[in-house]
Write a protein that binds this ligand. Structure first.
Ligand code: NAD
Length: 272
């Protein structure tokens, strides 16, 4: 069936991307805020980005620790009132199907165990997102580089709990021990969890094709992940309607489409 992507250059680029995906022995994906834009969650940067409306200091660790009562109402509005209503879109669902469907491949895995269980095309999904939408879509082999907003962690006793609406009625939310809860995702100035870092490095070293979706490549160390993969010899396919930091540095192919449209077309081409 003929593709209609607006220009023959985009069509050629898209076909090249599908052919790489089809021939990949160890396919991985690396996603950023852009994949959730079509679920109604704005990105941080760019047109309509959250930093046009909110103060980015809200997510700085020192700012939060100095006065959690000041930071929490903004955090609740962004990450719980708004994110809470979002549903996975066609791109999240396609990545989940790519994990569970496709011809069986020989299992390979790194020392940390990343990528051992995959049955389909996609071995590992590394995400910078904290919105839980990949999990809700059905992906299971996920490395959450920046944690997840679904859980809160007590700053005093370290206990983790579900971020239920009742817990967020009085801000800042408090643990039965009296300590303040912080969302269990990474704030600016916080270390990346060791296991997420190691699993991402393993997957990046093993992959031969990485699909990078909806990321500016401006947040470090997450932005290193596609570079690790490229340095190890992988081909990088980027899906992003705009050019990013990756486009001119590591991307072999830039498909300038929105994530949901691009993955809808990829699924059609792969017949899954
Ligand atoms: P970013 O906010 O810096 O940039 C978003 C990127 O997505 C841009 O390059 C933009 O062109 C692209 N984009 C916009 N619409 C798109 C679409 N429909 N399809 C594909 N791409 C699209 O995002 P980032 O690079 O991921 O870095 C931001 C950091 O903010 C991340 O670390 C992440 O943890 C966090 N964040 C997460 C969420 C979320 O969980 N949904 C939302 C906002 C920010």
């Amino acid at each position: 069936m003929p593709l209609q992507l607006g220009s023959s250059r985009v069509e050629d680029t898209f076909r090249e991307a599908v052919s790489l995906i089809r021939s990949a022995k160890h396919l991985t994906a690396f996603t950023g805020a852009g994949i959730s834009v079509e679920s109604g969650i704005p990105p941080f940067r760019g047109p309509g980005g959250l930093w046009g409306k909110y103060d980015p200091r809200t997510l700085e660790l020192d700012y939060f620790l100095t006065d959690p009562g000041r930071a929490w109402p903004v955090i609740k509005e962004i990450f719980y009132d708004n994110f809470g209503k979002a549903k996975p879109n066609a791109a999240h669902l396609a990545l989940a199907r790519l994990e569970s469907e496709g011809w069986p491949r020989e299992a390979v895995g790194g020392p940390s165990g990343a990528a051992l269980d995959a049955r389909g095309y996609l071995r590992t999904l590394i995400t910078q997102n904290i919105d839980n939408l990949h999990y809700l879509a059905g992906s299971r082999n996920i490395v959450e580089f920046h944690g997840n907003s679904r859980l809160l962690i007590c700053l005093a006793c370290g206990q983790r709990v579900e971020a239920s609406p009742s817990l967020l009625e009085n801000l800042p939310p408090r643990c039965p021990c009296g300590g303040v809860y912080k969302p269990d995702f990474i704030f600016f100035g916080e270390e990346i969890p060791k296991s997420a870092h190691e699993k991402s490095q393993d997957a990046a070293r093993l992959t031969d094709v990485m699909i990078v979706v909806g990321s500016t490549g401006e947040v470090y160390p997450a932005a290193l992940v596609p570079h690790w993969a490229a340095d190890a010899g992988a081909k990088i396919i980027e899906i992003n309607p705009e050019a990013s930091e990756f486009t001119s540095s590591v991307s072999d192919i830039h498909v300038p489409l929105k994530a949901a449209e691009a993955f809808g077309l990829i699924e059609k081409e792969l017949h899954i």
